[in-house]
Design a protein around this ligand. Structure first.
Ligand code: NAD
Length: 296
């Protein structure tokens, strides 16, 4: 990677709710940024960001960039972008390039992709994030990075434009495993918080009192602090993280547990809860809309 003192060109693929904010921060730090998305609207949005260039084709990203970040819906799309039907990104990348998959992907698929990229002279690390759109905007995402420590060290300054805490989790795929496990815990906390809110309100306690007690007590969690009042009691249901993506993450965590023979008591309940919600409300609904499933 020819970093020298100057900043190397960065490709960013997947300019969605998270990607737009993350890419904007990278461009603001002076990295020449080349972005690509399948959706015209996303390309328009990044094209309007100072220091960012909207690429027309994946091949342009491969030709122009030394490091390419993926922020895509899931492993199936990651695979499609990397290898395509005929003409994926990998065919156009320079030898020595680094691909960072920051999407919430399936760890076993990531582990298969590593050697395939290596055969093309390209390094792959996984560096998924937690914190949502709000923390993507202010650059305080939690980033869990898996893969070769030397490769992670090379791109650490770039990761630090998006996150404050970068936790190296070990082998390739371990960041993706931890991301799914984190969202498993997050989903359990949200469902429990929604149930407490619903039961307390049915009993006649004011919602703000319920949330105040939880946040002053041992029931406090990320959802009681950052989701109940903001997105559920307010009725906005606009956290910026979709129901379908949460279900995907729970699925990855429960599949991981199954593949290892590890027992999860909550797994089936969480999976069924978000799958039922997805069937009823659509995957594009906000993940906090799980609360609506508790309505009488
Ligand atoms: P999103 O749906 O808003 O964005 C995904 C983007 O990928 C879209 O712009 C879409 O057009 C693009 N895309 C889809 N297929 C493509 C293809 N073949 N080629 C190029 N672009 C393609 O999703 P998001 O909420 O930004 O999430 C992105 C990833 O980050 C997911 O893996 C998600 O699980 C994870 N994540 C999301 C959040 C959040 O709060 N939204 C938080 C942490 C992690």
């Amino acid at each position: 990677m020819s970093s020298g003192k100057g900043k190397y060109a960065v490709g960013f693929i997947g300019i969605g709710k998270m990607g737009l904010q993350m890419a904007t921060r990278i461009a603001a730090q002076g990295y020449p940024l080349h972005a690509y998305d399948a959706a015209e609207g996303a390309l328009k949005a990044i094209g309007a960001v100072s220091g960012a260039h909207a690429a027309k084709r994946l091949a342009d990203i491969g030709r122009d960039c030394e490091v390419v970040i993926l922020m895509l819906p899931d492993s199936a799309v990651v695979k499609k972008v990397l290898f395509g039907d005929k003409d994926g990104l990998v065919a156009h990348l320079k030898k020595g390039a680094v691909v960072i998959d920051m999407s919430s992907s399936i760890p076993s698929v990531t582990r298969e992709l590593g050697p395939r990229l290596k055969a093309a002279g390209v390094d792959l690390i996984d560096a998924p994030v937690s914190g949502g759109v709000k923390r993507a905007v202010d650059g305080s995402l939690a980033i869990m990075a898996g893969g070769d420590v030397a490769v992670i060290a090379r791109v650490k300054p770039l990761l630090l434009t998006m996150g404050k805490a970068i936790i190296e989790t070990g082998m390739l795929g371990s960041g993706h495993a931890m991301k799914a496990l984190n969202n498993y815990v997050s989903a359990a906390g949200l469902l429990a918080a929604c149930e407490a809110l619903k039961v307390g309100a049915d009993f006649g306690i004011a919602p703000e009192k319920i949330v105040a007690v939880l946040n002053a007590s041992t029931g406090k969690n990320n959802s009681t602090e950052n989701k109940l009042m903001q997105f559920i009691v307010s009725g906005s249901f606009k956290s910026g993280f979709s129901l379908g993506l949460m279900k995907k993450d729970i699925n990855i965590a429960t599949d991981l547990a199954k593949s290892l023979g590890s027992q999860t008591l909550l797994g089936e309940v969480l999976l069924k809860s978000w799958a039922d919600a997805e069937a009823k409300l659509s995957g594009a609904a906000d993940h906090t809309e799980i609360y609506r499933m508790l309505k009488n």
